[in-house]
Design a protein around this ligand. Sequence first.
Ligand code: ZN
Length: 463
Amino acid sequence: MSQSLWAEQALLPEGWARHVLLRWNEAGTLLQVTPGTSTEELPAGTHRASGPVIPGMPNLHSHAFQRAFAGLTEYRDQGQDSFWTWRTLMYRFAARLSPEQMEAIATWLYIEMLQAGYTSVCEFHYIHHDADGRAYSDDGALAHSLLRAAKRAGIGMTLLPVLYQTSGFGGTPPNEGQRRFIRSTDNMLALLDKLRPACDLQGVRLGVAPHSLRAVPPASLNAVLAGLDSISPNAPIHIHIAEQTAEVEACLAWSGQRPVQWLMNHAQVDSRWCLVHATHMDEAEYRGAAQSGAVAGLCPTTEANLGDGIFDFPAWRSFGGAWGVGSDSHACVDPAEDLLMLEYSQRLALRRRNIGSDSEHSQVARAIWLQAVAGGAQAAGRSVQGLVPGQQADFIVLDEKHVALQGLPADLMLASHVFASSRSRAISSVWTGGRQRVKDGFHPLQSEAIEAFVRSRTELLST
Ligand code: ZN
């Protein structure tokens, strides 16, 4: 049995098309995307989209538990707060988290993602052990919390268990705040093996994330990549890199090379890789990393929140680099807002407008939405490349009755959704795997998920 939806207008990879029939199978895979289909030709039971249809956005970088902590660090604690002072507070919060709290926080977060138009998530999962740093009796307990949350919310997932071993370049031992993160390389490969059946059953893509060059020594990086190759040669590999200038300086002091330069010289970086942030690169690094086929994992609102710096978007794109967006620390959970922040950070830095348009798409919102879907899908290692046969039926129906959109052509509706919907969401419904998860802004589990989320946050703040 298949299902179908007909849209007056839909955004395909090449641009807007009219009278589009989308048809998918029971597994939620698109079988047909056919423009020019008249309403008389529709299969029985075809849904009619109430507004323009655009592809769902893959979220390429998330630390789910941090959602419960968003907004709680916006005060000055020291003479000069930075990423590093924020991290100390985040570690204190992470130290107390239970598997039940992880599931509650992630379930509500994933519902929020769906409501905002993120249809899948790459979960960069680094809290593995109990509060004392000992393995749970089920070593994958916290990973299973995340898998259950994704299943309940109905969001697609790429699970990236994180390898974390040292607190700094040159093998500095981990500190007290990092005790829940630490695994040997063999232990990490064993975890991947253990998680695989549950991931396969749920359609979750399993990859691995060496946390960063400061947290994974060279021998361990080689070993985990070799181990991954023998388990799953095409699996996604994500790494935090060059987010902070202090990290660049420490890497230079340790190796004489900048982080991205070092990585390019010591690992076979290719299209499986997602370089998360990659903010501080010199021109040769921008060229080398972009041309390697790796995706730049941009998290513009988190990078702004943490004072990381500004990615050189024109340089990356001039070398043909792929990119996507992630909500990372979840200070903001909305792909439209992250795309807005990306474009605006470029305008502020360059004192120009409309940086994100490209040769095929002069409309900035259309260009950056499509590019971020393509790069996000590549980073996810899942079939979520947009409205194309063979890909997942993951899509958003825009709300043409929203005041920012009413009466406009579809292209300007998307532009208004990204640039002018006034911090509301001009979204009518959200579908993943061909199933409607959000309708008129509501998700069926919303009330109970909010209750459990607030309870968990209160517990975490009071212990
Ligand atoms: Zn991150």
